[in-house]
Design a protein around this ligand. Structure first.
Ligand code: PLP
Length: 406
């Protein structure tokens, strides 16, 4: 194949997104109603009940971002300053900074070097007497081993939170992710399966926890209750009726969009199955992957120059990809490394156990090995079979050029 630009659909614009008449009709209804605030509208309650239903939860709280959803979840645990939340260093920063804002410490667990996700073993190893909760992140629409991790958390008597920002309709052992813990958080940011530009939703079953999350995103104010007061330190992290209108229209098409992702990614993975040097994720029986992105493991022993060299060859042929996914583990970012938080206080880091801040390389072998070997291919619901075939053919060409015999 020659170096023809492929013009693949992008989730950053209309080529790879599915916004249309349904969104416009709902937006018009909101504008006509004159009620744009989520505290008085109808779109936001509808969105909340529908997202709760996706995961079989009793409650949902819509908010302004996935970060806000994580913040509401952590705040609703009401950790004591210095308490630890076991989590991963391979995630979006929006899943970590809320922990610090609430005075808690992200205690990083190492990850499996083929999935990039925490495991029951790494979570158990990262726990301490200060552990207040475990947060599991499902990366790229693939499920973490959350059923087993839930058991580890339950044994230790601490709640589990799930970060499902990248994992709509993903299943683990026949069960939707987002249904395993005390609460789960979704993002509706531009590139997610369900997109509104910015937005998030928290789901939970427990009445008191869900109430606290709702009050937290409302500046501590319990709308609709008798004798309300600003109950505790909190922010305005609300969504708007406009965003919820778009989310509801998007929800109508979510299952079909996920099915399209599964069909085209399935076709792509079949096409690349025999290619040496690149390994596709393994989806266990009973699990369902919904492919936010397609993470490949590139073996640098076989592919000279590893993911970076392969990404450069793909880019020359019009296929964008991201070696490493994130450039470095979260704990290497300045906010952690230099403890840049509130003035010169470094708070809450001075409250942490020293071991919780020991980010020596040898404690995170899986994390470093995964980042060194992963190559993330973008994907979205507008990819067709031809796009899947073109990406596979381009990958084959790039591998050949790197001297890998097919
Ligand atoms: C795993 C994960 N958690 C949290 C977030 C934060 O979501 P948002 O960007 O909507 O604040 C993201 C999003 O980018 C994410 O991918």
């Amino acid at each position: 194949m020659g170096a023809v630009p492929l013009g693949l659909p992008s989730d950053q614009d209309a080529s790879g997104r599915s916004f249309g008449v349904a969104e416009l009709e709902r937006l018009r209804a909101v504008i006509d109603s004159g009620t744009l605030t989520a505290t008085k509208g109808t779109q936001t309650p509808e969105l909340e009940s529908r997202v709760a239903a996706l995961t079989g939860r009793r409650h949902a709280v819509a908010c302004s971002s996935g970060t806000a959803a994580v913040h509401a979840a952590v705040a609703s645990l009401d950790p004591e300053p210095g308490d630890e939340i076991v989590t991963t260093a391979i995630t979006d920063m929006g899943a970590l900074t809320p922990v610090l804002y609430q005075g808690a410490i992200p205690a990083f667990a190492d990850v499996d070097d083929t999935t990039g996700m925490v495991t029951p073993e790494t979570v158990a190893a990262a726990m301490s007497e200060r552990t207040r909760a475990v947060m599991v992140t499902h990366l790229f629409g693939l499920p973490a081993r959350v059923d087993e991790i839930a058991a580890v958390a339950a044994d230790a008597g601490v709640p589990l939170l799930e970060d499902c920002a990248q994992a709509y309709l993903t299943e683990r052992a026949g069960r939707p992710v987002g249904s395993f813990g005390l609460a789960a958080c979704f993002s509706t940011q531009q590139g997610k399966h369900l997109a509104t530009g910015e937005g998030g939703v928290l789901v939970a079953d427990d009445d008191a926890f869900a109430r606290r999350a709702r009050v937290f995103v409302n500046k501590g104010w319990p709308y609709g209750e008798s004798d309300p007061d600003h109950e505790f330190l909190a922010l305005n992290l609300r969504t708007t009726e406009l965003a919820s209108a778009v989310a509801n229209a998007q929800l109508d098409g979510l299952a079909a969009a996920v099915a399209r992702r599964q069909a085209t990614v399935g076709r792509f993975l079949e096409a690349i199955a025999a290619m040496p040097g690149v390994a596709a994720p393994v989806v266990a029986a009973g699990d369902a992957a919904t492919w936010w992105r397609v993470p490949l493991i590139v073996d640098p022993e076989v592919v000279e120059g590893g993911p970076r060299a392969l990404a450069a060859r793909l880019s020359e042929r019009g296929v964008a990809s991201a070696p490493r996914y994130i450039q470095k583990p979260a704990f290497e970012c300045r906010v952690f490394r230099e403890q840049r938080t509130f003035g010169a206080s470094r708070w809450p880091f001075p409250l942490a156990r020293p071991e919780a801040l020991d980010w020596s390389r040898d404690r995170f072998p899986g994390t470093y090995r995964y980042l060194d070997r992963v190559l993330i291919l973008p994907w979205n619901e507008r990819y067709g079979p031809d796009d899947a075939d073109a990406v596979a053919a381009t990958l084959a060409d790039a591998l050949t050029e790197l001297g890998v015999a097919a």
